[in-house]
Design a protein around this ligand. Sequence first.
Ligand code: GAR
Length: 209
Amino acid sequence: MKKRIGVLLSGRGSNFEALAESAAAGRIPNAEIAIVVSNRENAPGIERARARETEALVIPSKGLEREAYDRLVAAALEEKKVDLVCLAGYMRLLSPYFVAAFRNRILNIHPSLLPAFPGLEAQRQALEHGAKFSGCTVHFVDENLDAGPIVLQAVVPIKDDDTPETLSERILREEHRIYTEAVRIVLEGRYRIENRRVMILPEKVSEKR
Ligand code: GAR
């Protein structure tokens, strides 16, 4: 049976699309996006999902407490029997309930080299700090913001004439690449966690591309 991925997003959806393309092209073997959930009605990612004939659900969060909301989202994902939850520009902190329901089965992509520049506008934070390099991080999600064990990172140089937009674009290309790679590793179970360290195990010869 194919491994089933649930994607949570709030906006554009380019990371969703990269994962969907990778699954369709076999770069993430034997996997499919089973459902996309957005907390925002007008998220372009929802249209992108529907254009790919992927089931896409809007669950508005207005008026709901964090855990009550997360219970709705978790129920939608459980109904679709997802094996892995991928946050892809999902601009909400997850409740302890949600994290426990999918322990070690939630990944996030963040546009900085964590633990530097967590939170919003990470690319602008890196520029304003004067960093010479930034990048992106795929990590397991725990109860804290942008804080769980790191699976993969990619480094991107910061140029003197960068703006938040040009830097974001350069980082985004790496995001799409390492998110695919990280999802592949996690779905294949090709890792071991020791304390905070995620050790990536070698590919079996038969799995080599
Ligand atoms: C991406 O750059 C992602 O790393 C970032 O939001 C953007 C979503 O783009 N996520 C965060 O900042 C999470 N803290 P996308 O909707 O095109 O995938």
